[in-house]
Design a binder for this molecule. Structure first.
Ligand code: PDD
Length: 289
């Protein structure tokens, strides 16, 4: 499969696809994005992703690159041109191309870029053993609820985690609370057996996987509370896991080198992984732990 990129109006071979060096995404990280998974060409939760993209755009006062259902149509066309069993669709919208000046330029159109690649879901070892996370202070700006392409603190946190042999970084807020991962949401099962995750306020990104897992938990009688939880609480939690479009529901079995409970994926985590995989139409192996 030769990969293509959609760049403001047309599909080109990936290597020939270009935006200007004066694209404001390149110069100021003045843009937003979405990462969407697709199975056999069908994007999952596309409506939720496009709604979140609309919200990110409007918070930053970037006009929509396409009106009506045109964006959905181009996204589906991109998937059609990349016949893959499991794909990741990447959408990025920047404020546009203009001579470098901080304030919004007038009369520019947003730049839309779409790419598709093969999805890499967690492998068997990560699912069975769970993954390690390391914690770091949350150094991001005040609006991580906007899915902005300004990801430098996330990049640095993920790199620090990787160098420590960990899959993910958990970002700790000023009150000692676990906010979320560098590219995923964070969850625990607390001492009372309740599922806990940070509220979807301005401190975290409201993950689409998070919203689906919350619904699944509630529908299956698992008690859930959206409240901040501290690192201390996470260290003595019964279970921990993370969620994202590409990580699915992934057990966290070590935090800063300390085992979570008995160091094995917990029962509620396994149940939610199974429910999530089934809900997405993913093969059962993606929930085998
Ligand atoms: N990351 N929190 C952050 C900071 C994220 O970057 C992501 C997603 C999530 C989970 O959101 P969702 O369930 O909608 O994928 C939470 C994507 C996958 C990325 O940047 O690659």
């Amino acid at each position: 499969m030769s990969r293509l990129a959609y760049v403001t109006g047309r599909f080109l071979p990936l290597r020939q696809a270009r935006v200007s060096v004066e694209d404001r995404g390149y110069q100021f990280a003045d843009g937003v994005y979405e990462v969407i998974k697709a199975i056999d060409g069908e994007p999952l939760d596309l409506d939720r992703h496009l709604a979140r993209l609309d919200r990110s755009l409007s918070e930053l006062r970037i006009p929509k690159p396409l009106v009506g259902r045109a964006l959905e149509q181009v996204a589906r066309e991109a998937l059609r041109r990349h016949p893959l069993r499991f794909a990741i669709l990447y959408l990025q919208v920047t404020r546009g191309t203009a001579a470098r000046a901080h304030a919004f330029p007038s009369g520019v159109r947003p730049n839309l870029v779409i790419t598709v690649r093969r999805a890499q879901f967690p492998g068997e070892a990560e699912r069975r053993e769970g993954v390690a996370v390391r914690t770091l202070p949350d150094l991001r700006w005040g609006r991580p609820d906007i899915k902005s392409i300004a990801l430098l603190p996330n990049v640095l946190a993920k790199q620090a985690a990787t160098e420590a042999g960990c899959r993910e970084a958990w970002l700790i807020g000023t009150e000692g609370e676990v906010r979320e991962g560098s590219a995923s949401n964070a969850w625990i099962v607390d001492g009372d057996g309740r599922l806990v995750t940070h509220p979807a306020d301005r401190r975290i990104l409201a993950g689409i996987t998070r919203s689906v897992v919350l619904e699944l938990a509630r529908a299956h009688g698992i008690e859930v509370v959206e409240r901040p939880f501290s690192l201390e609480e996470a260290l003595v939690a019964r279970e921990a896991f993370l969620t994202s479009t590409t990580s699915l529901v992934l057990p966290v079995t070590r935090i800063d080198g300390r085992a979570v409970a008995n160091g094995r994926p917990g029962a509620i985590t396994r149940e939610l992984a199974r429910l999530y995989a089934a809900r997405c139409g993913l093969p059962a192996e993606f929930a085998r732990m």
